[in-house]
Each structure stands twice: as C-alpha cells, then as structure tokens.
Design a protein around this ligand. Structure first.
Ligand code: C5P
Length: 247
C-alpha cells in the first residue's frame, strides 16, 4: 500500500524522549488512541534496555526503534535481525554506512521475518544527514564536497537502490528526495512544530500541514505533544493541522 493512502493518525509518530519506562508508559496511555506509532530511541534504550520491547508488547503499540545503526555490515545485520525479532514496526540505520551495510541490514531484516514467522515486516529506513550537521560542518569536518541537499538526495538514492523502504529527512529536503526516489519511497520527517507550539531547540522547523505538502509520509513529533499540559488536546490539534496538509 502506498503511504499516500494513510490517514493522519497513521502518519503521526510521537517521540518518547524520556529516560524511564514509567514516563514512556504514561505518555503512551494518554496518546495511544490518537497515534499510529511511538518512537523509542537511544535515550530510553540506554536507560531501560530491551525492557522497552516488553513494554511495547504489553501496551500493544507500534514502535519505531530509532537506534541509528552504523557499523560493519555483519554487526549491523545482527542488530537488524535482533531488533526485527522483537516485532518493531520500523527501525533505522545510517545511510552513510554504505551499500554493503545497507544491503546487509535489508537481508537480515527479511531473513528474521521468515525465521521468526512474523506477520509484518518492519520498515527499514536510512538516516541521511542529521539536521544538527550544517553545510559548513559537512564540508570542513566531514570533507564532503556537496551541499546538504545534494548529499541528502545522494544518500536517499543509495538507500533506495540498496532496498530500503525510505529515509529520515527534513521537510526542507522532502521535495527533492520525493523527486529523486519516487512515490513509493517513505520520507519520515522530524523538526515539526505546529503554529501554536514553542520551537524549543529546533532550528529548521516546518508546520505539520506544510511538511505533508512537501512530500513527507510520516511526521515525528516530540515535545509539542509530550510536554503539553493536556497531551490529548495537543495531539488532536496536530491531527487537525495534518488533515489540512492532506487535502
Ligand atoms: O521534541 P521534538 O519534536 O523536537 O523531537 C523530535 C524528535 O526527532 C527527537 O526524538 C529528535 O531526536 C528526532 N530527530 C530530529 N532531527 C533529526 C533526527 C531526529 O529532531 N534530524
């Protein structure tokens, strides 16, 4: 199924950027009716370990495991196999790990689905260029002789050609990635701020409606929802804004 057919709820990923499972569970309980997926990343993993997957199963939620794997192909393959075995809905690796690493992750994911008899294959997406990396840093420190947009679209193409399902990219880059990688390639976009929300530490922010219009399939949103006084009101307002972007 093309992501273009998904409803607003199924496109919303709420980031559980907390350091205890109790806090994560409290957010899940408030929001589970309204949200298609929850993102659990290194902060929670470093605190709670694989108990986070037990929580995922107890709460019966769909999880994007934001582990951003980047290592030699064999290690990334084994990590991909293990994370797939837990039954997550999505996980990611760094596109800059190169095609051998990306293909190893895809093969390991596919094999694990067969070996564990899973009914659903997790989506495997690549991180392109972190939004915390500026064009200057890319050039002067990482010695990349391309601007950010070219580098992002190049890594997205590499991910697509290696068999991945999509990428994480900012809404600013979503249009170029869509053009280069086609309609059935997923774009997951953080850095989203509804009009009424504080910008926090995000620099390059885009509203939910605009991100969807730019071509994003999934939006990752954290603090505007998780830190709101009334989380379910906040999520309802975000979903309304997303509906505008889907019209
Ligand atoms: O609270 P906020 O909405 O800023 O959270 C955004 C989430 O997306 C965080 O988990 C952050 O780590 C993640 N993210 C991001 N920018 C990236 C990649 C991931 O903000 N380029």
């Amino acid at each position: 199924m093309l992501a273009q057919q998904l409803k607003a709820k199924d496109r919303l990923i709420v980031a559980l950027d907390v350091s205890t499972l109790d806090e994560a569970r409290a957010i899940v309980k408030d929001l589970r009716e309204h949200v298609g997926m929850f993102k659990m990343g290194l902060e929670l993993f470093a605190a709670a370990g694989i108990a986070l997957f037990d929580m995922m199963k107890q709460e019966q939620i769909n999880v994007f495991f934001d582990g951003k794997f980047h290592d030699i192909p064999n290690t990334v393959a084994q990590a991909s196999r293990n994370v797939t075995s837990h039954g997550v809905g999505m996980f990611n690796v760094h596109g800059s790990g190169g095609s051998a690493m990306l293909k190893a992750a895809v093969e390991a994911r596919n094999q694990a689905v067969a070996d564990y008899g899973l009914s659903k294959q997790p989506l495997l997406i690549a991180v392109t260029v972190l939004t915390s990396i500026s064009g200057d840093t890319l050039k002067s420190e990482l010695k990349v002789n391309e601007d950010v947009l070219e580098h992002v679209t190049g890594l997205a193409r590499l991910a697509k050609d290696s068999g991945l399902d999509g990428v994480v990219a900012s809404a600013k880059e979503a249009g170029a990635v869509r053009k280069s990688c086609g309609e059935d390639f997923l774009i997951v976009t953080p850095g989203i701020r509804p009009q009424w929300a504080s910008t926090d530490d995000q620099q390059r922010i885009v509203t939910p409606a605009q991100a969807l219009r730019n071509g994003a399939d999934f939006l990752v949103i954290g603090r505007p929802i998780t830190a709101a006084k009334n989380r379910s009101d906040a999520v309802k307002k975000v979903l309304e804004e997303m509906e505008f972007g889907l019209e």
